[in-house]
Design a protein around this ligand. Structure first.
Ligand code: HEM
Length: 403
């Protein structure tokens, strides 16, 4: 339904992958200046472009609910991100057992070893694809191992997660929906076997922790375990990959910043935050309006959905000084790449650690790493999780370090 007194812009299409794949930043700036609460007629969804509104809405789940699902064109799935409190929090407390600070800290040595192995696979070649050879394998290996997936089955896991994400991104065809359903069935069968095994024989992996987690006498049943582990797979795989690849692209296209990080390695934590702000790989999450409500002169009606445009919020000029400048020393940097409020990313410390260790290891082992093409990398045209498909790089060949 058309909205009265509302500016429109033919370049904005919030449910189309092509919008996010083709530099949406000038359009976000237009929205923030002219229509920060933007009605997208074709997609039938509101877009929330300013930092203040993204945060305020995330803090008001009674008015802006997750129970209608986090995608604009889909209903909810039985996972915690599609629930409101207290149901959501009861689930989250259980899953959180797998993400305690101690458990994450204990992953550090493993992450470093995996990063070195990944670099060993390409370091003698002098050139590689930073997306497929470097950035993609790290979260995949970490999550695969956490969920009890055998190394030889990681390819299947990647395919299932890709097929399921594709069906939720952009205009899915019937064929894509069928492929996604088949992928879910296969994932479900695989995870059920791991769950049954961990019930009998506990290990120290994440799946085993989730199987045995108990809070106030509450536990996750098998179906809940399948869905929550799926959320972890989808939430932690492509996202982390894109921050490593597009974050490294920014670093390599700003040689002064790269030099600074090599000379002053203590800047790594603020560099990771700037990569997160800059990339914001999750482009949006949906909320459903529970009652008619007015915001910036617009009336949002009960039942309508809105999209929290994290990448726009993270370039908001009223919050970030020179937001279009990539600055590894940026302070403060209170970005919303991990969202805000009760659904704030559960995997944030693990993701931060993976990005940090990979960037450190790359700069230590391949210090003259540089872009091998003048073209900016093409982005995957998706309306949910977006990042480069390929990023050719080159460096002086060097010897492997692991045996
Ligand atoms: C750079 C990488 C990542 C980014 C940018 C990211 C971003 C996000 C965002 C924006 C949300 C929604 C927050 C909200 O609605 O307020 C979220 C939720 C979530 N993320 Fe992440 N994420 C990343 C990595 C991970 C990893 C590695 C895992 C797990 C291994 C993970 C697991 C989750 C889970 C389980 C939720 C749902 C939390 C809830 O509903 O309470 N994420 N993430």
């Amino acid at each position: 339904m058309a909205k009265a007194n509302h500016p429109t812009n033919p370049d904005i299409a919030l449910t189309e992958g092509s919008f996010y794949g083709n530099d949406p930043y000038p359009h976000y700036a237009w929205m923030r200046a002219n229509a920060p609460v933007y009605w997208d007629e074709a997609g039938g969804v509101w877009g929330i472009a300013s930092y203040a509104d993204v945060k305020a809405i995330s803090k008001d789940p009674a008015t802006f609910s997750n129970a209608g699902g986090i995608r604009p064109n889909f209903g909810p799935l039985p996972m915690m991100i599609d629930m409101d409190d207290p149901e959501h929090w009861n689930r989250r407390k259980l899953v959180n057992r797998g993400f305690t600070p101690r458990r994450v800290r204990e992953q550090q040595d493993k992450i470093r070893r995996v990063c070195n192995e990944i670099i060993d696979n390409v370091c003698e070649r002098g050139a590689c694809d930073l997306v497929t050879d470097i950035a993609a394998p790290l979260p995949m290996i970490m999550i695969g191992d956490a969920l009890g997936v055998a190394p030889e089955d990681r390819g299947d896991l990647l395919r299932w997660s890709d097929d399921m994400v594709k069906a939720q991104s952009g205009s899915a065809t019937e064929e894509m929906m069928a492929t996604a359903a088949a992928a879910f069935a296969e994932y479900s069968a695989y995870a059920s076997k791991v769950i049954a095994d961990r019930r009998q024989h506990p290990t120290d992996d994440l799946m085993s922790v989730l199987v045995h987690a108990e809070v106030d006498g509450d536990r996750l049943d098998d179906l809940e375990l399948v869905h929550e582990s799926l959320l972890i797979l989808v939430g932690g795989d492509e996202t982390t990959r894109h921050v490593i690849s597009e974050g490294m692209y920014q670093l390599l296209s700003h040689p002064d910043q790269k030099r600074k990080l090599i000379d002053r390695p203590e800047l790594i934590d603020s560099a990771v935050e700037e990569m997160l702000r800059w990339v914001s790989p999750i482009k949006n999450m949906a909320r459903t309006v529970t009652r008619d409500v007015e915001l910036r002169g617009q009336v949002l009606e009960a039942g309508e959905k809105l999209l929290l445009l994290y990448a726009s919020a993270n370039r908001d000029e009223s919050v970030f000084v020179e937001p279009e400048r990539f600055d590894i020393e940026r302070q403060p940097n209170e970005h919303v790449a991990f969202g805000f409020g009760t659904h704030f990313c559960l995997g944030n410390s693990l993701a931060r650690l993976e990005i940090k260790v990979m960037v450190q290891t790359l700069l230590e082992r391949l210090p003259d790493l540089e872009l091998a093409s003048d073209e900016p990398p093409a982005m995957r045209p998706a309306n949910f999780i977006v990042g480069p498909e390929h990023l050719p790089v080159r460096f002086t060949p060097t010897k492997p370090v692991t045996t």
